[in-house]
Design a protein around this ligand. Sequence first.
Ligand code: PLP
Length: 231
Amino acid sequence: MQSNLAERLQSIQQRIDGAAKAASRSKSEIELVIVTKNHGFELALELLALGENQFGENRDQEASAKAAQVSQSLAPGELAPTWHFVGQLQTNKVKSMLTYTSVLHSLDRLSLLKELEKQLVKTPEATLDAFIELNLTDDPNRGGIELKNLLEFAEQVLKVSQIRLLGVMGVAGLGVEPAVDFATILSSSEKLQSISASSKYISAGMSGDFETAIGFGATHLRIGTAITGNR
Ligand SMILES: *Cc1c(COP(=O)(O)O)cnc(C)c1O
């Protein structure tokens, strides 16, 4: 049976509530970022009409066009959504990304930090919220900051006054128990908070594992297909 968008959204919201209760957490500390990638801007408009306004994207070209289309389609006085960038970002896309993104979930390397700083200083009043993406694998060539380098990298991020470091982000690996990776993300978050108490947020949990992530302190869920459907 085909369920519609509103039904899927409501069902996910109920599961978030249930997982929050099971973890004795307040659902008000858990933000739902709906990953709208691979869908047209109309889906974002439908979600706005359903009261959702935190959207995630992972490719600049798609996201910049979509953000523009959405903002052109808003009724007068209607609030624009907040765009989260969750994918790996090439440095030559930073300038464009900054024009529509409020929260970057995938700050994963020094060259990206340097380019962000270079572009941000051109607009002194601009700020960006960011999560440091962790590499949860044993392979240093994979994206993300290796756990042993987290604090050193965080110190570099904290020096950039136009970036507000929200916390850590991770994607649970395929073929491993998500709880193991989420426990690693949580302990990395605690380490980070030892040098930056305000960097207490955790971006973790996707369609297949968000309930587990909530049990390990996730504050920003990035959920796509379970709400948007496949495409
Ligand atoms: C696509 C994507 C998601 C959402 O994935 P679903 O499995 O569709 O919920 C979350 N985070 C990142 C980084 C993604 O690229």
